[in-house]
Design a protein around this ligand. Structure first.
Ligand SMILES: [Zn+2]
Length: 315
């Protein structure tokens, strides 16, 4: 558990959110009748409308506390506590695995690729959305506007932007985690150029409140801008490291085993690229020391393989 100890040691106050209640969740208002609920690691959101409750994601770690959070707000406001709609940000089980708790009769909405992937995965916990869209779809539920958009693959190939223009809010999951370095994204970026671009796209929308799907607090535009700069710094540092780290010593050291040479070289480039970024963001983004190398490895591979940077044709 050394890495989580490190993460904890460098967790600054700005990374942490409000305290959880004794059942293990916090529910709060985002704006107007839009609310969010967290267990400190995952987030869902919900909109209380005159036609029922529209839920955005159903992380299994929050599980039954999602309905409890809705009940809390319904009791306080006199609105209905009946969840009638569930919008999936993307198909991943860690954000959708409590979907089946809301039964078969609610309306599930998602990207058409989310439907394809959920039909493929055939997980009873995550029924596929019956209502789908391709690029854009604006919903009007109970008089509330919810603008869904797909801007290409990023963290996953089906991850969408959920904009609530009347609530000054954007929900975009698994891209930026306010206050934190991207957690484990080193392993789960499906499309690195798309992942990097997603922060730019997010900032083209008008909004004040960012719901990132992770960790214990909401985000601001500054949080997303910091994430964007962090990723840009990783990309720039990766290019520099590709330019400067000489593969020759690794070929000599591991002469007998060419794959060891490749691994040793890539590890060295990753460490060289990550070091200045860790130095810059330690104390700025929690867990930068823990996760930057993993993210850098992925970015580095994308720069080599997607962009062809540093690729030389044998003379
Ligand atoms: Zn995901």
């Amino acid at each position: 558990m050394e890495s989580s100890d490190k993460a904890r040691a460098r967790t600054s106050g700005s990374a942490l959110g409000p305290s959880l209640n004794e059942l293990g969740y916090y529910v709060g208002r985002v704006e107007g009748n839009l609310y969010w609920v967290t267990d400190g690691v995952y987030q869902a959101a919900f909109l209380m409308t005159s036609d029922g409750v529209v839920l955005f994601d159903a992380p299994p770690t929050i599980g039954h506390n999602i309905q409890r959070a809705v009940d809390d707000i319904a009791a306080a406001t006199g609105a209905s506590n009946e969840v009638t709609h569930l919008i999936y940000s993307h198909h991943h089980a860690d954000h959708a695995g409590a979907s089946s708790l809301f039964g078969r009769s609610i309306v599930r909405i998602g990207h058409e690729e989310t439907r394809t992937l959920l039909l493929r995965d055939d997980d009873p916990a995550r029924p596929a959305p019956e209502e789908t869209f391709q690029d854009r779809r604006t919903l009007e539920i109970g008089g509330e506007r919810i603008a869904l958009a797909w801007h290409g693959s990023n963290h996953s190939r089906d991850n969408i932007f959920i904009h609530l223009p009347d609530h000054d809010s954007l929900m975009l999951v698994d891209i930026a985690s306010p206050g934190w370095a991207p957690v484990c994204q080193g392993a789960v970026i499906e499309d690195v150029p798309g992942y990097i671009e997603a922060a730019d796209t997010a900032l083209t929308y008008p909004w004040k409140h960012f719901i990132g799907g992770h960790m214990g607090r909401l985000g601001s535009r500054d949080d997303v801008a910091t994430h964007r700069q962090y990723m840009a710094d990783i990309a720039e540092s990766s290019r520099k490291a590709l330019d400067t780290v000489d593969p020759a010593p690794y070929l000599v050291t591991y002469g007998e085993n060419p794959w060891d040479a490749v691994t040793g070289y890539l590890d060295a480039v990753t460490a060289t690229a990550a070091a200045p970024v860790i130095g810059k963001y330690a104390g700025v983004l929690a867990a930068a020391e823990v996760f930057t190398a993993g993210t850098t490895f992925n970015v580095l591979q994308s720069i080599r393989l997607d962009l062809g940077y540093g690729s030389q044709v044998h003379p």
